[in-house]
Design a protein around this ligand. Structure first.
Ligand SMILES: *Cc1c(COP(=O)(O)O)cnc(C)c1O
Length: 431
């Protein structure tokens, strides 16, 4: 399989697409064509690594990693990803729990896979690869966890100071010496601009071997399609119906993986993107004009994205807004609606959800009766609520139990360096 940039450059191999992260022309890599599947192709695939083997095998044809694929998948999918039925009278609704990995957010899947691939391709103790990662909260922790203590790999995490939860900040800063944590005096967009700036800077990129691990890396997207494949196949085998998905969306990496899975023929019905008050996608579908903007700070902070990078992939693969809005729903959910939903979820489900997941459950409750009746629904739970306890606990009036994975991390010491949002400040730390 060969890979091309959304802006035309290529072809490159999977190995190079993984190494480079972003294409030489500034575009994002996509496979030259998507393989297609029918449900019976997955007969006999019972575990998630087995489903992933069938689904991802074609993407690895021609890659030096092909022989390692099963080992990579075992490392990536080392935790369960269950779809738990929700107590909603008269409807088949479940919650796809993507939060059982090391940092209790869905990004553990993409980060784990990318780390498993890159360390095999590029790990070099004499000349370490430097992974630059901008994070609005969860990416950095997942990437740090995935690369922590991997020989020949260095991770530099940039996060917006004061705009992530305390527990998130801790998860971004509690790693070994090969992880450098930077709190940037600015927004997520500033962090992302710094990463792009550093990678585009000739002097810096010749001094360091850079790679990125943001959701622009194709290695983040590919494995995420697996849990949509697994959940939809299970649901289809059980009911004969193609489930509809509602996906909390920021940079569009998670949702893109679901859309890709549907394009590959998996039994997936409607897909609805639930965003927070950052309305860039909702406005695009409404006005047909793509107007990226600065991000707004919201309670669902890992979705505070005003210029979702993966829209470039989506427009390339599917089409412009007039086409996209026929194939996808979108709803922007504001903070007041998130608050109200966190209370309702706890009361009605009997357990707490996180502020990101609440955008999906809000969206479900907003569906008209006919739409709700027409499908079975899978809400995507992107993080564990214990990560956002300062938001969730006052609203539900109870303590959210801390899962074991998170408890282990919170006991480690944390350290982070403050920097101004300038390339000069970043260059200094890198040296
Ligand atoms: C990153 C993240 C999102 C948004 O995912 P995208 O792939 O950026 O759309 C949603 N919820 C949580 C908890 C996240 O960490």
């Amino acid at each position: 399989m060969q890979y091309f940039s959304t802006r035309g450059a290529g072809p490159v191999t999977l190995d190079d697409a993984l190494r480079l992260g972003i294409a030489s022309d500034g575009g994002l890599f996509l496979p030259e064509q998507l393989p297609t599947f029918s449900v019976s192709d997955f007969d006999g695939a019972e575990t998630i690594p087995q489903v992933a083997h069938v689904l991802l095998g074609p993407f690895f044809v021609g890659s030096s990693l092909l022989d390692d694929l099963d080992a990579i998948l075992e490392e990536t999918f080392s935790f369960p990803i269950p779809a738990t039925p929700l107590p909603i009278e008269g409807h088949d609704v479940s919650l796809l729990e993507l939060y059982h990995g090391p940092t209790v957010a869905f990004k553990d899947v993409g980060a784990g896979f990318l780390a498993a691939c890159l360390s095999r391709l590029e790990g070099d103790v004499d000349d370490p690869l430097t992974i630059l990662v901008a994070t609005s909260g969860d990416t950095g922790g997942a990437v740090a966890a995935a690369f922590d203590e991997r020989p020949g790999m260095r991770v530099v995490v940039l996060f917006p100071d004061g705009r992530v939860s305390d527990r998130q900040a801790h998860q971004l800063s509690c790693w070994s010496d090969n992880v450098v944590s930077l709190k940037v005096e600015g927004s997520f967009d500033d962090c992302q601009a710094l990463v792009k700036g550093a990678m585009a800077n000739k002097a810096l990129s010749s001094a360091h071997r850079f790679s990125s691990a943001n959701s622009i890396n194709i290695g983040r997207l590919l494995p995420q399609s697996t849990y949509y494949a697994d959940a939809s196949i299970r649901h289809y085998r059980r009911t004969g119906n193609k489930p509809a998905f509602i996906i909390p969306t920021g940079n569009l990496g998670n949702a893109f993986a679901c859309i890709m899975a549907r394009e590959m023929g998996l039994p997936i019905g409607p897909i609805i993107l639930a965003t927070n008050a950052n309305r860039t996608i909702a406005d695009y579908f409404e006005t047909l004009q793509w107007l990226p903007r600065a991000s707004l700070q919201t309670l669902a902070s890992a979705m505070d994205v005003g210029d979702p990078s993966n829209m470039e992939r989506l427009r390339h693969m599917v089409g412009e807004a007039d086409v996209l809005r026929e194939q996808l729903g979108v709803l922007a959910v504001d903070d007041e609606q998130i608050r109200e939903t966190l209370r309702k979820d706890f009361a009605e489900f009997g357990f707490a959800t996180c502020p990101h997941t609440a955008t999906a459950s809000y969206t479900l409750r907003e569906l008209d009766e006919a739409t709700l009746d027409a499908h079975d629904w899978i809400l995507v739970a992107t993080a564990h609520p214990a990560k956002f306890e300062t938001i969730v606990e006052p609203l539900i009036g109870e303590t959210v139990p801390v899962p074991e994975e998170l408890a282990v991390l919170l006991e480690r010491p944390a350290r982070a360096i403050s920097i101004e949002p300038t390339l000069a400040a970043l260059a200094k730390v890198l040296a």
